[in-house]
Design a protein around this ligand. Structure first.
Ligand code: ME8
Length: 645
């Protein structure tokens, strides 16, 4: 066992996001908030572990892969890469990235399941609910949409399924105490939701396995059952630390200091996750924080509703600092808030360009113009400078208090109040008039005070917006970017030697930007599938040997029909020169089955078989993806059985 280290640790997590589609600014919100907290804690001297990742098993992912005619593993591999790329773009400083398809995670989850079963906290019984035959899905009464299947809208039947249950009811008293007598769950409003909606109504046991799909971790002693999403997903927070192994990470960082997520999954984090941990006799996380939703036109932004805002587009146009700032400042942590492009653009113009950008530009320009960039600490300050200096010195303490709650928007509000004060200080002291009047000493004091202001503010801004403050330090002030808050007090610097830097952003023409953003949204909604493709990371180069691992063959399509339970899939019987195989492809949007009979195609013959909508596909037909996102077959010359090289 590793010894606890002297440095205080801080472990923070985001939810692991479903690898079923592109992420949007809602996901960026949680990840950027956790990033700001993680960076702040690191600068405050903590040994931080910041974890994020992807939730890659389950029916939702399996269906999304099937819709695209891909095997689930290939599908999630592509998405996990894209999500990592997004976090690079957003300057996320995560220490770990867990995927639920990581072998270590799968092994640990199977062990956890067995342990809970042996202890009696997981037991086998019957799940009684509703069943949608075409989707092969079980639903509870409350999950139905107008009494019908929430996925396909078709009629459902009464049904029973044998499955394993987690004995949540056994822990009801401990859970009530945890929620009502400690500050485990925050903000307070979430506690009421959990107690009123779940605990008071009586906690039932939770079905934690399914037999209706197979993309997941199998129950080790009963492999026809697949461990259902939450029992697979929630333990990521400990498997990522090597729980059950001897890496020492688990001892070092567990219990987690803060799990952050939006309110819709607070139930799983504040009831189901503690149940699993209690059953495992493990310490509970110190805090679970359920923030609100970013809404779009009054509706929750969500992949399935198609009302998402693409962070790649926003950061391409306005930079990462602008989007990070907007998310951290404008969305009150804990509450819902509506997103509009107008709000984003106003925040950019008012706060970033006008307040911060102007202060930095004016201060650096004046220091160059009046002193050739060389500004020294004065012997004495006037009372108004002292007062300003005190405000600067106390800023880090005030921001730290907000970060501890955590009230990220409030923390930024305080920093920007000082920036606003500094702009007013310029207007009140009129450095240009002091210069004209030859009052060099006073002018030096005023410019020094302003340089101290941009230095301290840039230092405290580092966890929030990551690029511009660095430029202020390394370009404008010719200093190393600080890695802590040690220097966040007035008068710390004896001599400045400054340079001018590129502005953070130029003032935006809001009307023009709104129009262009709307056009982009229209285009990208129309071509949602094609847009998804363009975001994919550039393919890695492979060697010729890698290429030859693919067994590509010409096949003849002898028969073709629709897959009953799907609008997108066709089932073909192909002859590969040796034998007949069944191949499922997501091409029903482009072809009628009869159009394909007799056609030649290219088969990836050594692909691992995969089950798509209940049909086993023994390979894959090569397709080209059109602008509209539809797949069209690649037609080769040659005869069935010819090898392609
Ligand atoms: O629920 N506003 O994954 P998910 C604010 N895999 N936050 C939002 C948001 C919005 N409009 N939309 C998404 C899952 N989020 C599970 C989690 S954890 C063990 C398993 C953020 O891809 C927010 O953090 O649906 C929310 O809880 C999460 O993304 C849901 O991500």
């Amino acid at each position: 066992m590793a010894k606890k280290q002297d440095k205080k640790t801080f472990y923070i997590t985001t939810p692991i996001y479903y690898a079923s589609g592109s992420l949007h600014i809602g996901h960026c919100y949680t990840t950027v908030c956790c990033d700001a907290i993680a960076r702040f804690k690191r600068m405050d001297g903590y040994d931080v572990y910041y974890l994020t990742g992807t939730d890659e098993h389950g029916q939702k992912v399996q269906s999304a892969a099937a819709e695209r005619g891909l095997a689930p593993q290939a599908f999630v591999d592509g998405l996990a890469e894209r999500i990592k790329k997004l976090w690079e773009r957003m300057d996320i400083s995560n220490d770990g990235f867990i995927r639920t398809t990581d072998k270590e995670h799968e092994k640990a989850v199977a062990e956890i399941f067995t342990k809970l079963y042996e202890k009696g906290d997981i037991y086998k019984s019957k799940y009684v609910g509703k069943y949608c035959e075409p989707c092969e899905s079980f639903w509870t009464e409350s999950q139905l949409a107008d009494g019908k299947c929430p996925d396909c809208g078709r009629e459902v039947k009464d049904a029973e399924e044998e499955c394993y249950f987690l004995r949540v009811s056994k822990y009801a008293d401990r859970l009530r105490k945890l929620l009502t007598e400690t500050d485990f769950l925050q903000p307070e409003s979430r506690v009421k939701e959990m107690v009123n909606n779940f605990i008071d109504k009586g906690l039932g046991d939770l079905a934690v396995t399914r037999t209706s799909f197979d993309w997941g971790i199998k129950v080790p002693f009963d492999p026809k059952h697949v461990i259902y999403v939450w029992i697979d997903a929630l333990p990521n927070y400990i498997t990522a630390l090597g729980y059950g192994g001897d890496s020492g990470m688990f001892d070092k960082y567990w219990p987690c200091d803060m799990h952050v997520m939006a309110k819709e999954i607070v139930r799983f984090h504040s009831i189901i996750w503690p149940t699993i941990l209690m059953a495992l006799d493990l310490p509970l996380p110190k805090r679970v924080y359920g923030h609100g939703w970013i809404m779009f036109d009054g509706d929750k932004m969500s992949k399935s509703k198609g009302n998402v805002v693409d962070p790649f587009i926003l950061t391409d146009r306005y930079g990462v600092d602008a989007l990070r700032y907007y998310l951290l400042r404008s969305v009150p942590f804990g509450d819902d808030c509506n997103y509009t492009n107008e709000l984003l653009l106003s925040a950019i113009n008012n706060d970033i360009v006008n307040d911060l950008g102007n202060l930095v530009r004016r201060t650096l320009a004046m220091s160059r113009q009046y002193f050739d960039g060389k500004v020294v600490k004065p012997q004495a300050f006037a009372p108004e400078d002292e007062e300003f200096g005190e405000k600067l010195t106390s800023l880090i303490g005030e921001v730290r208090a907000d970060m501890d709650k955590p009230l990220l928007g409030k923390a930024l509000e305080k920093i920007f109040a000082v920036i606003d004060k500094a702009n007013k200080y310029i207007d009140a002291n009129k450095p240009w008039a002091l210069f004209k009047a030859g009052e060099t000493e006073r002018l030096n004091t005023v410019i020094y005070t302003l340089l101290e202001c941009i230095r301290v503010c840039a230092n405290i801004l580092l966890p929030f917006i990551t690029k511009y403050p660095r430029r202020i330090f390394e370009g404008g002030l010719a200093m190393k970017t600080p890695t802590d808050f040690e220097g966040c007090y007035f008068g710390a610097i004896d001599k400045y030697s400054t340079s001018e830097i590129e502005p953070i952003l130029n003032r935006l023409d809001i009307k023009k930007e709104l129009k262009e953003l709307e056009e982009i949204a229209e285009k990208s909604n129309g071509k949602a599938k094609a847009a998804e493709k363009t975001e994919e990371p550039a393919p890695q180069q492979i060697s010729i040997d890698d290429f030859f691992k693919c067994d590509l063959r010409v096949v003849c399509i002898e028969n073709c029909e629709k897959v009953e339970k799907s609008n997108k899939l066709l089932k073909s019987t192909v002859f590969d020169g040796e034998r007949r195989r069944t191949i499922v492809s997501g091409i029903a949007n482009a072809y009628k089955p009869e159009e394909l009979i007799g056609k030649k195609a290219v088969l990836v013959a050594n692909l691992k078989p995969a089950k798509l909508c209940g049909v086993v596909s023994e390979g894959m037909l090569l397709c080209a993806v059109g602008e509209d996102g539809a797949l069209r077959l690649v037609h080769p010359d040659g005869n069935a059985g010819d090898k392609i090289c």
